[in-house]
Write a protein that binds this ligand. Sequence first.
Ligand code: ADP
Ligand code: MG
Length: 396
Amino acid sequence: MKILVQKFGGTSVSSEEKRRLVASKVLNAKAQGYSPVVVVSAMGRKGEPYATDTLLSLVDESLKIMNPLAVDLLMSCGETISTVIMCNELNKNKIDAVPLTGGQAGIITDGNYTNAAILNVDTKRILDILGKGKTPVVAGFQGMDEKGYVTTIGRGGSDVTAAMLGAALNALETQIYTDVDGIMTADPRIVSDATLIKEISYDEIFQFADQGAKVIHPRAVEISRKYNIPMVIKNTMNECDGTIISNMGSESLENIITGITHMNNRVQIKICKSPGSSYDDLFDILAQNLISIDLINVFPKEKIFTIDEKDFTKFTHLIKELNMSYSFMKNCSKLSIIGSKMRGIPGVMARILKALTRENIEVLQTADSHMTIWCLVETGYVEKAINALHKEFKLG
Ligand code: ADP
Ligand code: MG
């Protein structure tokens, strides 16, 4: 059996017209002799009736803490509805489709409600359906814990469902269909002349995904790489080849920078060493309290780093207990300039700083690794900064 996993994101299943296009992709796969396994997200985005955020807005914020199991059952509904609606469309196209919840599809998770981890995929039912020439349509983003309760696996989780199924079924390919042509040099909503990256390495795309590019979940990239399942990102709305993710990435030496992404809601923190403080243990204490930090600069008398704004209140309580003095700056964004070919090429950081200074954008902090340069800027400047860097490195 030539198994293909085809995952369709929220916008791809949001209207009848788009679902017709989804059906044509499934039909094409079948016509070419593949056995497709379809994975769907909830229909549409925030504000639309069945989108996850819309469902969440129906209950009190406190339910998340008091009854996460109930929240998971609610959040899973969007994808469950999607599977049935998609089956309806596939049936109209003479495809014998079988709708499955994550649990019915054999996706077993731990009991960490609202952010569960997939422990195991029992492929028996899916293989049985495929064996009968039928097409399983699996609800993304959800699974079932060992007690039989419905769980969800975190935002963007349908990508992870697809990658996990691809790995468990040893699929020939995992295809992620979305509303853009593939991975672009920058978010096309921010940079109007962003271009398609035709081929990218797992390492580079992981950087994109991990540093804020919404287009694919970082965990999905990790899984596909680990199990060596080829992955491709394509547009539901056209026949474009999309972005192929491979071990090698692009052979072209033309651009040292592959693309730019960003992450908002960063808070920059500066801590001064004071007598009798737990300065040396600070990072341990933050880790024990599950506050993740990055852009870390350590000096003898000062530590500078960033945290996510969602952790800020917890951080302030902790730091008060430790009796430490600190200053902070909210509304920061972390730019990531990514390119595996920048290794060993001098002057990249200088070009970045010059391009930003030309636009009067103050750089609050930088860091670099062999593949990525990070710059912290005020969120108000982030779009201008991305456009300036996109132009500087001629990515358009
Ligand atoms: P889906 O609902 O299909 O999962 P997402 O909204 O999760 O779609 O991801 C697609 C979106 O990711 C695009 O609409 C685009 O705005 C955004 N995006 C961010 N960075 C990039 C990038 N570098 N390339 C392509 N899309 C990007
Ligand atoms: Mg997505």
